[in-house]
Design a protein around this ligand. Structure first.
Ligand code: AMP
Length: 192
């Protein structure tokens, strides 16, 4: 199964992807996780990406397209995959279409988790305040101000990706504000 999960940061893509990994035995391809690993390892890509990630902006298309192209070549991605956080621009979506076409592969589903952005901001502010109160570190890109920048990047560059797939007739939209179990059930229903 080849699936894309779309939606703004904080919409629950990672949570749903992790569950689908267990259920279908296919890998979650999260460009955010891969970039964070590159930053932690201090690779040249990590060094380039760190500042823009910390500020909440988008890493360049060339870098993330390269990362995904390499990742799709790994043996575990042959059975299928769940893309989480990619594509984030139309250029990335076009590059993915080309990569899949070259391999003779098709997407089974593109699912957008539709959310109320103000409620997401409220949720992130509460999470950050709770973490602070508990003396725990707040992930830098979950800092409320950075989070707002990430939402801005989503609205500017990524919101157009769902209509891109809608035109191709592969998009399903779901209410991502529902409880996790209900969102899970709705996704399972779409995937049949
Ligand atoms: P995420 O965990 O998916 O929210 O990603 C964390 C950060 O990594 C984002 O705020 C971006 O800076 C960067 N990033 C992840 N995926 C992409 C992508 N597909 N295109 C550009 N930047 C990305």
């Amino acid at each position: 199964m080849r699936l894309i999960l779309l939606g703004p940061p904080g919409a629950g893509k990672g949570t749903q992807a992790a569950r689908l990994v267990e259920k279908h035995g296919i890998p979650q391809l999260s460009t955010g996780d891969m970039l964070r690993a590159a930053v932690a390892a201090g690779t040249p890509i990590g060094l380039k990406a760190k500042e823009v990630m910390d500020s909440g902006g988008l890493v360049s298309d060339d870098i993330v397209i390269g990362i995904i192209a390499d990742r799709l070549e790994q043996p575990d991605a042959k059975k299928g995959f769940i893309l989480d956080g990619f594509p984030r621009t139309v250029a990335q979506a076009d590059a993915l279409s080309t990569m899949l076409a070259e391999k003779g592969l098709k997407l089974d589903a593109v699912i957008e988790l539709v959310v109320d952005q103000q409620k997401l901001v409220d949720r992130i502010m509460k999470r950050a305040a709770d973490a602070k109160a508990a003396g725990q570190p707040v992930r830098k890109d979950d800092d409320p101000e950075v989070f707002k920048t990430r939402l801005g990047a989503y609205n500017r560059d990524t919101a157009v990706v769902a209509p891109y797939y809608e035109k191709k007739g592969t998009l399903a939209r779901l209410d991502g504000m529902k409880p996790i179990g209900e969102v899970s059930a709705a996704i399972d229903h779409i995937l049949g």
